[in-house]
Design a protein around this ligand. Structure first.
Ligand code: GCV
Length: 721
């Protein structure tokens, strides 16, 4: 057996198909199914492709690259459609009347970025048409077409009409200028500011390609805990060089704007948003940026949050701050994306309530080019949170979704967790703000409140690691984020299927078990980290591993004990009327359902309720037993993931297979660590033994409490919570 794998490895090396993951989901390996290959070769031998712009040129390059790999033959690009083209790639304005007639209906509501792929008859022969209103639509259409080929779809299925449901589909990098990445677990920042603007790393181009392939059209390259230097001429020149690379791929650059920049780099005495000099400074800064980057997107701002400066330093409101920047950007059609992730040490109310309390009362006070970016849940990217109550509660202010793709609270880049499942759960959640069917997806796509601006942001998990994301399966989360930003109604199952097929294999023996593995992986991490609605019990600062005992930080809400409130009597955060009453921030449907123990889903139990250890769960177990058994279940699920992966060796590059196996070993070790540490800690309060079926811990509680990780990745120096 060993020799067999060795042979496979040698052959794969000889044939040059060893993959290090750099190609992401854009691996264009020759189609394995010979019948399909033959069909495609016949159909797409000759291509007519108009290329009169930089975007169309990169689209053509992609088509060339894709077909050369997939069909193992260089495509023949023809001078006219009538030369016998089987594939025609043309913008709407260039379609002849006969062709246009065949697809005319598809253009209705197609918009700027949408595309159509359709079988047509051209010059008496069957052909496939890729068309769009604009160049960028063509690029998106080409990527989609190639994806269908990668997935070996039958010719008759090569048909699609797709238009994105959000306008801004954006990555937020939390990258610092020194190339460290806050909450980054895949190496250093890919932005080499030192060698920019003169050295254009191939990574920048490949980054743009990868993003365009999934419809991402915006990026903010620097940390929201911002450094004002990025707005100086020295750095703007570097940003300009990046924007130049991204432009053909339809990606706009945004910059994180430090609110105190007028003082730090502008020489002013204040950053008060109502001060005329400050206002002028931002106007001049915007003009300067647009003179370098005419399609600049705008500013992304974290203000008065976790020590960042903001308008409240001057007794002004978030609206005052955002509107000042909005005025500076408005003449250039720029957008202010103002983050709603705020909580304050001076506010003693439940942290989960604070953003809603600050922003909902000022709904309608923001300028039209301001959007609020809201995290998916009210605390902070936990393995499971109920949706953020702001969704649906601000009909007059466009809200953007902020997901975290990097796995700050999900095992960094050593744990395999398929996040589209989490994203889908949030997007499908019904806010009930305008009756049944008022889903978060409908808030985000603007249809619920008639927003004229829409968007979704994801905190990137990208770094200098050769495979971009550290864990090879981290790529699935970047991929899935892009697909959901394009279409928030897409199912995580479809995303899993697409990603597995394009990244690894189309074989049934691989797809079925691996789809199950991906789709179950999110629930597994909830089970072994935060079962039954527990949250924020991570060790402080780095958030690596369990730390439910931490209670020594100056700010109460930076201590895990604040969130679980365990004592001899019980555990959980009472957010009902007898507690913080955070439930009142939700529509009555949820306030009632989640407030009543009989109808509160057990996955949110300890999020909303403080309950005695003897509370009886639906399955008849006590709360303590249920907690212990769920931790155990999480461990078992990771073991099952390992078993499944072990069977996948025949379908996956040997090096990748080995790497993922080792990562799953770490994940299993850490799942046990979570189970043992948390159960030892909570067991002190419950006073009960572990129920049958739960493995005894390997070490004492003191041992787990003594573990320190001062050099865990992604940590911000002097960061505390
Ligand atoms: C960029 C959490 C993270 C911080 C992050 C913050 C935010 O608190 O731990 O690293 O800061 O969220 O989203 O602004």
């Amino acid at each position: 057996m060993k020799n067999f794998w060795l042979l496979c490895f040698l052959l794969s090396t000889l044939w040059g198909v060893a993959h290090d993951g750099y190609d992401l989901w854009l691996r264009y390996d020759q189609i394995a199914d010979e019948t399909r290959l033959g069909e495609y070769q016949n159909a797409f031998g000759g291509i007519y492709f108009n290329t009169d712009s930089p975007t169309l040129k990169v689209a053509l390059q992609e088509m060339d690259r894709g077909l050369s790999g997939l069909l193992a033959q260089s495509p023949r690009f023809l001078d006219t459609a009538s030369d016998g083209a089987g594939l025609i790639v043309l913008k709407k304005v260039l379609l002849d009347a006969t062709t246009l007639q065949q697809v005319a209906g598809d253009f209705e509501g197609l918009g700027r970025d949408g595309f159509v792929i359709s079988p047509i008859t051209s010059n008496g022969r069957k052909a496939t048409l890729i068309t769009a209103n604009e160049d960028l639509g063509i690029l998106y259409g080409v990527f989609h077409f190639l994806r269908q080929l990668q997935m070996q779809q039958p010719l008759h299925a090569l048909k699609e009409r797709s238009t994105p449901k959000t306008d801004i589909r954006m990555l937020n990098h939390w990258d610092n200028l020194d190339r460290t990445v806050e909450r980054g677990y895949a190496g250093f920042s890919i932005w080499n500011w030192h060698t920019l603007p003169d050295l254009i790393d191939q990574r920048y181009i490949d980054y743009a390609r990868a993003n365009a392939s999934i419809g991402i059209n915006a990026t903010s390259p620097t940390n929201v805990n911002a450094n004002a230097e990025i707005l100086t001429p020295h750095y703007l020149e570097k940003v300009q060089a990046l924007a130049r690379v991204f432009r053909p791929y339809g990606i706009k650059v945004y910059l994180t704007a430090r609110f105190s920049a007028p003082i730090e780099i502008g020489g002013l005495q204040t950053a008060d948003p109502l001060d005329t000099q400050v206002r002028q400074w931002w106007k001049d800064k915007a003009t300067e940026i647009y003179s370098l980057i005419p399609d600049f997107g705008g500013f992304l701002v974290k203000a008065n949050s976790e020590g960042q400066p903001g308008p409240q330093n001057y007794g002004r409101t978030h609206a005052d701050g955002a509107n000042m920047l909005a005025e500076a950007l408005a003449p250039h059609q720029g957008t202010v994306i103002w983050r709603a992730f705020v909580y304050s040490e001076h506010d003693l109310t439940d942290r989960a309530k604070q953003a809603f309390s600050e922003f909902v009362p000022v709904d309608g006070q923001f300028h039209t080019n301001v959007m609020l970016q809201v995290k998916n849940g009210p605390i902070d990217f936990q393995p499971r949170e109920p949706f953020h109550p702001m969704f649906g509660a601000m009909p007059k202010t466009p809200l953007m979704m902020e997901f975290q793709i990097t796995q700050e609270y999900l095992g960094f880049s050593t744990h395999l967790v398929f996040l589209p499942r989490l994203f889908e759960e949030v997007l499908q959640a019904d806010t009930y703000r305008k009756g049944k069917g008022s889903t978060v997806a409908r808030v985000i796509d603007g249809s619920l409140h008639g927003y004229t601006r829409t968007g979704m942001a994801g905190v990137a998990n990208i770094g200098t690691d050769i495979n971009w994301t550290g864990h090879p399966f981290g790529q699935a989360n970047w991929y899935g984020f892009g697909r959901l930003a394009w279409d928030p109604y897409m199912s995580s199952e479809q995303i899993a299927e697409e990603w597995l097929r394009t990244t690894f294999s189309n074989e049934r023996g691989f797809l079925q078990p691996m789809k199950q593995l991906l789709l179950g992986s999110r629930e597994a991490v909830v089970h072994y980290m935060n079962p039954l609605g527990l949250h924020h019990i991570f060790d402080s600062g780095h958030h690596y591993g369990p730390g439910p005992w931490v209670d020594n930080h100056s700010r109460p809400e930076w201590n895990p004990v604040y969130y679980h409130r365990a004592d001899r009597l019980g555990v959980g955060f009472d957010r009902t009327a007898t507690g913080s009453d955070a439930l009142q921030q939700y529509a009555p449907h949820w306030a009632e359902k989640w407030g009543d123990l009989a109808s509160c889903p057990e996955e949110y139990l300890l999020w909303f309720h403080h309950l005695p250890w003897t509370y009886v769960l639906k399955n008849g177990h006590t709360l303590w037993e249920g907690m212990a058994l769920t931790y155990q279940q999480g461990v078992v699920e990771v073991q099952q993931m390992k078993n499944t992966w072990a069977q996948m060796a025949p379908y996956v590059d040997l090096e990748q297979h080995d790497r993922v196996s080792m990562l799953l070993d770490i994940q299993l070790k850490e799942a046990r660590w979570w189970r043992d540490a948390c159960l030892l800690y909570f067991g002190q309060f419950s006073g009960e033994p572990l129920p049958p079926g739960v493995d005894a811990p390997d070490h004492s509680l003191g041992y787990y409490q003594s573990l320190k990780f001062p050099y865990a990745p992604g940590i911000r120096p002097s960061w505390d919570d």
